[in-house]
Design a protein around this ligand. Structure first.
Ligand code: E4P
Length: 229
């Protein structure tokens, strides 16, 4: 299972990279708008920073032909670009137009199993069911991912499933239990996954006990070479 960040914020990406857990990036027009930066420059920077891992950038046309044209243009912004297409009739048409062009695709805004089934059978590289947005509206989000994984495994589709629109670490764990290939989350959720007040208080106890250990000043001050050879 791979962890992607759902952000276009350079500092957040750098922090996640430092932890060694970042395996890809997803963005959407709202995420990009939040940064207030020139799109082409930002997209190139994101691709370089996240390379060799994939970066999803979304098209914004309403027609299949227009989306396919935009897909060809944005796929030149980096070697690792994945083009996000909406999981609607025009998005599917765009996917079909791009067939054989070696452009990776992520069918996004997936709210039903039938959308995912069509996207998988049409050969999408990735499919992104939106858990949080479903649950915000009072529907069951994890069940959708579970059903998609069931169909995926039954037919051995090559498409990878990205559990998306994640609100908290609990949803991350529930999504992971479905066997989803990828979970994309905001940086705040990634950070929360690591934070635990018990870890903090118990670490404080270890560190204060360490102050009582004789010879502690020497312990980490040089590499020991005794007993070598
Ligand atoms: C995924 O690719 C989307 O960018 C994302 O997960 C949407 O999440 P949101 O519901 O938090 O906007």
């Amino acid at each position: 299972m791979n962890i992607f960040l759902d952000t276009a914020n350079i500092e957040e990406i750098k922090k996640a990279k430092r932890w060694g857990v970042l395996k890809g990036l997803t963005t959407n027009p709202s995420i990009v708008a939040r940064e207030g930066k020139d799109f082409v420059k930002l997209a190139k920077e994101l691709c370089d920073l996240v390379h060799p891992y994939p970066v999803s950038l979304e098209v914004v046309d309403r027609t299949g032909e227009g989306m396919a044209e935009q897909a060809r243009t944005i796929s030149e912004l980096g070697r690792n670009v994945v083009v996000k297409l909406p999981a609607n009739p025009e998005g599917l048409a765009a996917l079909n137009l791009l067939k054989g062009e070696n452009i990776k695709t992520n069918l996004t805004l997936v709210f039903s199993t039938s959308q995912a089934l069509l996207a998988m059978s049409a050969g999408a590289t990735y499919v992104s069911p939106f858990i949080g947005r479903l649950e915000d509206r009072g529907y069951e989000g994890i069940g959708l991912v579970r059903d998609i994984m069931h169909i995926h495994n039954a037919y051995k589709f090559k498409t990878e499933i990205i559990a998306a629109s994640i609100r908290d670490p609990h949803q991350v764990i529930e999504a992971a239990k479905t066997g989803a290939h990828i979970i994309t989350m905001p940086f705040a959720v990634l950070e929360k996954m690591l934070l635990n007040t018990m870890t903090d208080t118990d670490l404080e106890k270890f560190l204060s006990d360490w102050e009582k250990v004789p010879g502690r000043g020497e312990a980490f001050s040089r590499r020991r070479v005794e007993n070598v050879g």
